[in-house]
Design a protein around this ligand. Sequence first.
Ligand SMILES: Cc1cc2nc3c(=O)[nH]c(=O)nc-3n(C[C@H](O)[C@H](O)[C@H](O)COP(=O)(O)OP(=O)(O)OC[C@H]3O[C@@H](n4cnc5c(N)ncnc54)[C@H](O)[C@@H]3O)c2cc1C
Length: 136
Amino acid sequence: MFLFADLGGPTHILFVVLTEKEAFRVSALPDDAIMEEITAMLRGFYGSSVPEPTGVITSRWSHDPLYYGPFVNFPINFGAADLADLKKPLGRLHFAGDAFTVFDGYVHGAYMSGENEAGSILRCMRTNCSATNERG
Ligand SMILES: Cc1cc2nc3c(=O)[nH]c(=O)nc-3n(C[C@H](O)[C@H](O)[C@H](O)COP(=O)(O)OP(=O)(O)OC[C@H]3O[C@@H](n4cnc5c(N)ncnc54)[C@H](O)[C@@H]3O)c2cc1C
């Protein structure tokens, strides 16, 4: 999927989204090879007047240890009870994120989950609740 962002001046951004095998293949390439490949493809569509890009920024979520993929993906047989367990606090450590709501995959899910957890932390601080919570 290609999207063009017109920033109102001489600067333009081409946003490219890749999925499945293509995402893995391209994210393993160096930035200059990605730039070359996209430029060649665009010149194939629009002709040789397509200018040389000035740079490329690539998300490499599949290799990034803080992500290892873009979207939450629960295994088969992972049910509501598992999810309820997963989001239980671990002592004073609380967990928030889109994956912990029914709106997984959306920013408002992440926001609601953050509000929820902030609320529980506040309640806990006010009532001096126990720092231990059982996880299944
Ligand atoms: C390609 C794509 C398009 C999307 N489009 C939309 C859209 O149009 N609309 C929409 O509503 N949602 C969209 N989403 C979903 C949205 O981005 C997520 O739902 C949202 O970002 C989740 O927020 P979060 O705070 O739960 O997690 P994240 O935004 O993933 O934040 C988690 C943070 O924790 C950090 N982290 C992870 N592990 C550690 C660690 N051990 N130590 C320290 N930091 C760590 C990560 O680096 C990251 O910064 C899209 C997602 C993708 C991938």
